[in-house]
Design a protein around this ligand. Structure first.
Ligand code: CDP
Length: 262
């Protein structure tokens, strides 16, 4: 098999992107009626849905904290989301992603406002093409705001890394598989405070700084897209419909109520 050229002769990446260019990102807020908050994200070939419930009674009870609330997360990949059918149910990877996602939000949410209760995040990956933990965090953050959960700031996430010796942002599947390093981060865009940082591969200290700068800058752009998704959902609705942003009327719920009461 021919070796895949991750950086083409014209300096662009295999999908034609520049080093600092994100895959197309589309976010829709409030897509589920039964959840307190929800969001759907398409990012390149990733398709991810997030639902948020709470603050509500903590299950399991032993996880309850008397002086503050907690954030719990379940990240799940559909069996059909990847090229080779994934065995349903939790595996080491999804348990890890659930844990780091919950920890990231635990730092952003004002948990002191709901002692003993929990906020539960469910992330369902419908199609995966690398970057799903970041896509899940992006969707979950919009779903949290949609649910009215008090947070210190929006939470944005993006990876940067190294492919064929070049520092690039938002690696796709091919770059993730064949590249040299992948560093997903989640931050609060206003302050730049890091809520999640993981690293797969090897980088020099200088390269690591460049990767961090590139991912941070991308997160700030993503934070603006997240805010825009919420504005599209909750501000002047007729304009949003005209622009093709809100295509469905989600004010009427299938069971006759007014959706989730908002
Ligand atoms: O998705 P993310 O980049 O956050 O996590 P990863 O563990 O680095 O996985 C990278 C990609 O590998 C996923 O997005 C999927 O496209 C793919 N993958 C897969 O094909 N089968 C799995 N069981 C897990 C991941």
């Amino acid at each position: 098999m021919d070796k895949v050229k991750l950086i083409r002769d014209d300096g662009l990446r295999t999908d034609g992107r520049k080093a600092d260019e994100l895959r197309p990102l589309k976010i829709e807020a409030n897509v589920l009626h039964r959840a307190d908050g929800s969001a759907y994200v398409e990012w390149g070939y990733n398709k991810v849905l997030a639902a948020v419930y709470g603050p509500r009674e903590t299950h399991p009870r032993y996880a309850q904290k008397m002086d503050r609330g907690i954030v719990q997360c379940r990240y799940n990949m559909a069996p059909f989301s990847v090229s080779e059918r994934r065995r349903p149910g939790p595996d080491r990877r999804s348990i890890e992603i659930s844990k780091v996602t919950a920890e990231a939000f635990d730092r952003a949410v004002l948990t002191e406002k709901f002692p003993r209760a929990s906020v539960d995040i469910y992330i369902e990956v419908l199609e995966a093409n690398a970057g799903t933990r970041c896509a899940g965090i992006i969707a979950a953050a919009v779903a949290m705001a949609d649910a009215g959960i008090p947070m210190r700031d929006m939470v944005a996430a993006c990876a940067a890394g190294k492919v064929a010796g070049k520092i690039v942002v938002d690696l796709d599947k091919e770059e993730d598989n064949l590249g040299q390093a992948d560093v997903p981060i989640a931050i609060m865009p206003r302050t730049g405070e890091i809520l999640l940082l993981q690293m797969d591969g090897h980088l020099t200290a200088t390269e690591f700084e460049q990767v961090l700068d590139m991912a941070t800058e991308a997160c700030k752009r993503i934070g603006a897209i997240q805010r825009e998704a919420l504005l599209n959902r909750y501000s002047t609705k007729p304009d949003a419909v005209k622009e093709g942003v809100a295509t469905l009327d989600r004010t009427a719920s299938p069971d006759g109520g007014d959706g989730n009461g908002k």
